[in-house]
Design a binder for this molecule. Structure first.
Ligand code: DGP
Length: 219
């Protein structure tokens, strides 16, 4: 894949727990590096920062947080990385990111707290670096559960996962989220890998075709 433009891409993977995000994002990183690109692989929540450690403790059930508070901590965890993401993209590094603000919106809204709607959840994310493409690895909660069952973290239960998927589908249909591309994650991993790479190559090509409108795009 040629890289005629200077900037890197910002590629996000989203999907239910067990949809294959970690596998597919790692494979995309390897494929892009094999093609000679500079790539940085990141994931949210970033559990290494002080805010990330609070999130980690919440997810493991070791601490409690009010729904809005934990939502804003997840969002803050993305904001603390925003500058370095923008910097890397501008200087030619492609960012491959496992989960981003789409998870932020849907997991919080799935709690069905009447004062925490999808629309409310979207607001603190406004202004974050905007992905060039969000690859939604779509899988049914049943099929996801077959992949060895869910883990033991807070959201890994089938009712929650069902609501999360419905909300992902709702978010996908919003005109604001026009960077969403759905990939059938129930297919064999090699097929998903090829499809993902094709989508990323096409995204690169369409950016190069519109080079004059490059960057300064925000969520
Ligand atoms: P992971 O490290 O990808 O397994 O994600 C941890 C869990 O946290 C997963 O169940 C999805 C959830 N999650 C990720 N980002 C957010 C967020 O911004 N807000 C909320 N409420 N949950 C999130």
């Amino acid at each position: 894949m040629d890289t005629p433009s200077h900037r890197g891409l910002f590629v996000v993977f989203e999907g239910l727990d067990r949809s294959g995000k970690s596998t597919q994002s790692a494979r995309l990183v390897r494929n892009l590096k094999d093609q000679g690109h500079q790539v940085r692989h990141i994931s949210f929540p970033d559990r290494t920062t002080p805010i990330g450690q609070m999130i980690n403790s919440y997810l493991k059930g070791q601490s409690q947080q009010e729904d809005h508070v934990i939502h804003l901590l997840f969002s803050a965890n993305r904001w603390e990385a925003a500058e370095s993401i923008s910097h890397d993209i501008a200087s030619g590094t492609t960012i491959v990111c496992d989960r981003y603000y789409y998870s932020g919106c849907v997991y919080s809204a799935a709690k069905e707290n009447p004062s925490l709607s999808l629309e409310w959840a979207r607001r603190p994310e406004e202004g974050l670096p905007r992905p060039d493409v969000c690859l939604f690895l779509d899988i049914s909660p049943e099929k996801a559960a077959e992949r060895g069952g869910f883990g033991h973290e807070r959201y890994e239960q089938s009712e929650m996962q069902k609501r999360v998927r419905e909300l992902f589908l709702r978010l996908r249909s919003s005109p604001d989220e026009n960077d969403f591309v759905t990939v059938d994650a129930g297919q064999p991993a090699d097929v998903v890998e090829k499809e993902v790479l094709q989508i990323v190559v096409k995204t690169r090509e369409s950016i190069d075709a519109h080079r004059s409108s490059l960057r300064s795009v925000h969520a």
